[in-house]
Design a protein around this ligand. Structure first.
Ligand code: BG6
Length: 477
């Protein structure tokens, strides 16, 4: 059904995210007939452009990213929604013009301000918005990652924004929360009778959560080298996946009930000492292999960089449900395949009539969205010997409905004012708190990052991390 009317102001409208994701995703929602006919998109940035010039840029830089459902007619009606205004975040007069443009609309309900800029612009932008009244109750603000580079800087950003906006006006994006198959973990667990009974330390031997990428750092060397995999992926995306897998049943599906339970998971992650980090965290960099460059040879990466392009962590969650169960988290660039998946390895059966037969559940978010359950079934022929078999549910075949990209789903949630798929301040800061000992250890550690060949599954040390517990990564099982 159709979404509320809206006025969406995109700061950083000429930037990469806006051109590659935000506008194409808004186009998809438009093409599907989901956007209110009067919904407006107001691009703003420092560049001195008028609407026609901005639209020319959209035509050349954004349209190519519309990969599906394109027709000239729909595109032409979509761009009718778009206007442009030059706004320098440090120039108060520009905000006066912005607020006039917003208030000139008869329907000013649902004003959405999407800050798709570097976080250093958040504070001045919020102050100037508040000064012209663009922080009233009908205004929502969307914050793009990275929200800080450590606990302190993340607290600073949140404190700055909180001076002008209430927590329930703030939508902190983690695009993994827009992925269908991650959201599906909750109905899978709590909407079926099968899983919840065995979703605990009595039955689960270990949990693995992986986001593997095939690409290297590409043209982002400068950004990536001051970021690294822990900040880029673990503190946010992997943490969200972990929360959905590990959380207790929320009281309701209301935004705060779900976020309360996520917060409890992050807060229950066992804190690591520096010695724990040495033992339980593996950092590594890809080395050259064949025609592929190693990380240290990439553009804008210093030859002596210690930034990790891969990280694997053995974590534990101190709750009655999970005490003692290892959670292995890993992510890396230039790995053998692109995938994002959650694996529950169940315990071996004691005195099983048919053998030890450990079951396994794999929830795959990408490239394909599938749920696979490893079962043991009778071998064909005489006798009752068993063999493993995989029961696979292909989510793409469950419904013919269009599956939206993560950003589109999240933008639709913002337009309709649902906060459940956005991070609350406390969860985010708790996640930073947990990763801090790792960052602190690495900053002074004499242990250099290990190497792994581009196109491999990561360093040998990450295999050893699991072997120690008698476990193995999915590809080695
Ligand atoms: C982004 C990271 O947040 O997520 C990128 O900054 C990474 O480095 C990307 O490539 C991965 O997202 P997805 O949806 O392609 O798995």
């Amino acid at each position: 059904s159709q979404l509320n009317n809206f006025d969406m102001i995109i700061f950083g409208a000429t930037g990469d995210l806006s051109m590659r994701k935000l506008l194409p995703c808004l186009y998809q929602a438009h093409a599907a007939g989901l956007l209110h006919p009067k919904g407006r998109i107001l691009g703003v940035s420092r560049s001195a452009l008028d609407t026609a010039q901005f639209l020319a840029k959209v035509e050349s830089d954004s349209k190519i990213h519309v990969k599906k459902n394109f027709t000239d007619e729909l595109w032409n009606s979509f761009i009718q929604r778009i206007q442009y205004l030059t706004v320098d975040v440090n120039t108060p007069e520009h905000f006066g013009q912005l607020s006039e443009l917003v208030k000139a609309r008869t329907e000013t309900d649902n004003v959405i301000i999407y800050l798709s800029t570097a976080p250093k612009f958040f504070a001045p932008a919020c102050k100037n918005l508040a000064d012209v009244g663009l922080n009233a109750d009908n205004v929502r603000i969307v914050l793009e990652k990275p929200l800080g580079t450590d606990l302190v800087s993340s607290q600073e950003i949140n404190t700055d924004v909180a001076q002008y906006f209430q927590e329930n006006q703030i939508y902190r994006i983690d695009h993994y929360l827009g992925k269908e198959s991650l959201q599906n973990v909750l109905p899978l667990r709590f909407g079926n009778v099968f899983f919840e009974q065995v979703w605990n330390k009595d039955f689960v031997k270990s949990v693995q959560i992986t986001i593997a990428e095939q690409l290297g750092v590409e043209e982002r060397g400068e950004f990536y080298d001051i970021t690294g995999a822990l900040r880029d992926m673990v503190q946010n995306h992997l943490m969200q996946m972990l929360c959905f897998v590990a959380m207790e049943k929320p009281k309701s599906l209301g935004a705060d009930d779900v976020r309360d339970e996520k917060l409890k998971v992050v807060a229950a992650l066992k804190p690591m000492t520096s010695a724990d980090v040495d033992k339980n965290v593996i950092r590594a960099q890809y080395t050259d292999s064949g025609s592929l460059k190693g990380y240290l040879q990439e553009n804008n990466v210093p030859a002596d960089s210690r930034t990790e392009t891969y990280v694997a962590i053995r974590a534990e969650i101190d709750t009655p449900r999970w005490a003692g169960v290892p959670f292995y988290l890993r992510t890396g660039k230039r790995l053998a395949a692109r995938s994002a998946e959650i694996v529950l390895n169940f315990k071996e059966q004691e005195n099983g009539l048919f053998g030890a037969n450990p079951n396994r559940l794999v929830i795959s978010l990408q490239p394909d969205e599938t749920i696979s359950l490893k079962l043991y079934v009778k071998q064909v022929g005489s006798g009752l010997d068993v063999q493993p078999a995989e029961m696979v549910l292909d989510m793409g075949k469950v419904s013919d409905d269009r599956r939206a990209e993560a950003y589109e789903l999240l933008l639709r949630e913002v337009i309709d004012g649902r906060l459940g798929l956005f991070n609350r301040r406390d969860e985010l800061e708790k996640a930073w708190e947990w990763v801090m000992p790792i960052l602190d250890n690495w900053a002074v550690s004499p242990i250099k990052p290990y190497g792994y060949a581009a196109n491999s599954w990561g360093p040998k040390e990450a295999q050893d991390l699991l072997a120690r517990d008698g476990n193995a990564w999915l590809e080695d099982q």
